[in-house]
Design a protein around this ligand. Structure first.
Ligand code: 1CP
Length: 353
């Protein structure tokens, strides 16, 4: 368990310590853009069978690392495992994305929710973390993750993905006490879930607030931010850094920098120069290449990578320390693995000091 890391760039950058080059990992680095992922998924029969079988989750976690010299592995799982374990019944309708059999429909549904037991109901996740750590054998750190309370509540109330998130926003407006009760229970579950992943061997933790940016500023400050802050504070530790990623969080960076998290992940709607300047060296920054840039040629991808690296340096007093390179959101199934290879190579080559 305590094998020293052969590559600790990610953890050093998250602590804002010097590194030989900027570390890089990619959101959804395991996924359908890789033919080997599609083959494993086909053999498993479904996404959920893959996620719930530790050997398969381990296999797909390691697939992108065999292709690219990435500086971290991210647990292959999903944010919706937690509501599934809370009894909502996660399933995937073919070609439709995740859905719940029993979405939350009333204050009574919310009052009946309980924090699941991590080593029974979510044991398959913890077993996957332990197995991946063993298989990685210290090559790179393993990142564990969870959805943010607001983002999980979105799916739990809607029963699936949505364009408008009308049901969950109506609940927040019409029954704010019930909404806060839901967010409180989910926050307890997220803290227990991330704490259990850490105990099982996760070496960094990321919270995905994918839908926080759909809220108006006042609603974000009421329904997303306070719960992110509670997670960051309660999981604060010297060894295992916490990254808060939020799509569309640019408006709230000052509050996030003061949240207690070790690092803030940003999307591409803010320049890293601006974000780094506002940060003033308080936390590490992660991001923020627009994933659509991967549709460009490998040379175009390389130029965009250099621009992101330089933007961070320009806002950080001329220094590249404290930056973890990533996309501003996840890779898509139709992206070309050769372009991903160019991205990873350029990050390391151009940022080498
Ligand atoms: O068909 C398939 O093979 C399933 C596609 C898929 C994959 C590859 C889903 C269903 N989940 C995942 C894996 C996944 N999900 C990871 C693996 C680790 C990695 O990054 O390599 C992670 C971190 C997630 C997290 C996740 N799931 C988020 C937050 C991050 C983000 O992308 O914003 C969200 C919102 C989900 C919900 C979800 N699960 C799956 C899909 C297709 C979705 C999105 C649905 C929607 O758009 O509402």
């Amino acid at each position: 368990m305590s094998t020293p890391l052969k590559n600790d760039r990610l953890l050093r950058a998250l602590r804002r310590e010097p590194v030989d080059c900027t570390p890089v990992w990619l959101m959804r680095q395991a996924g359908r853009y890789l033919p080997e992922y599609r083959a494993t998924r086909k053999a498993a029969g479904s996404f959920l069978a893959m996620a719930k079988t530790p050997e398969l989750a381990c296999e797909v976690t390691l697939q992108p690392l065999r292709r690219f010299p990435l500086d971290a592995a991210i647990l292959f799982s999903d944010i919706l495992t937690v509501p599934d374990a809370m009894g909502l019944g996660l399933y995937f309708a073919e070609g439709e994305g995740p859905k719940f059999e029993r979405p939350l429909r009333s204050a009574a549904d919310i009052a009946a929710l309980a924090v699941p037991d991590m080593e029974t109901e979510l044991r398959y996740v913890m077993d996957a973390v332990r197995l991946i750590r063993r298989e990685l054998d210290g090559a790179v750190p393993l990142i564990g993750f969870s959805g943010s309370p607001w983002t999980l509540a979105c799916y739990m109330v809607e029963g699936g993905g949505s364009k408008e998130w009308g049901k969950v926003k109506a609940l927040a407006l019409n029954e704010p006490a019930a909404m806060h009760r839901l967010l409180d229970t989910v926050t307890d579950a997220v803290i227990a879930y991330l704490g259990a992943q850490r105990a099982a061997g996760a070496q960094a933790l990321q919270v995905f607030d994918t839908w926080g940016g759909t809220l108006s500023p006042a609603m974000y400050r009421e329904f997303s931010l306070p719960y992110l802050i509670r997670i960051a504070r309660e999981l604060k530790s010297a060894e295992v850094p916490v990254i808060l990623f939020g799509k569309g969080n640019a408006l709230h960076l000052d509050a996030l920098f003061a949240s207690g998290a070790d690092a803030i992940g940003v999307d591409w709607t803010v320049t890293l120069e601006d974000a780094a300047r506002r940060n003033g060296g308080r936390v590490a920054l992660q991001g923020n290449l627009d994933p659509a840039m991967l549709y460009g040629s490998p040379d175009a991808v390389r130029a965009q990578v250099r621009a992101v690296l330089d933007s961070y340096r320009d806002g950080n007093g001329g220094s590249r320390e404290g930056h973890v390179f990533n996309l501003g959101h996840g890779l898509s199934p139709d992206m070309n693995p050769d372009h991903v290879a160019a991205l990873v190579d350029e990050v390391h080559a151009y940022s080498a000091r």
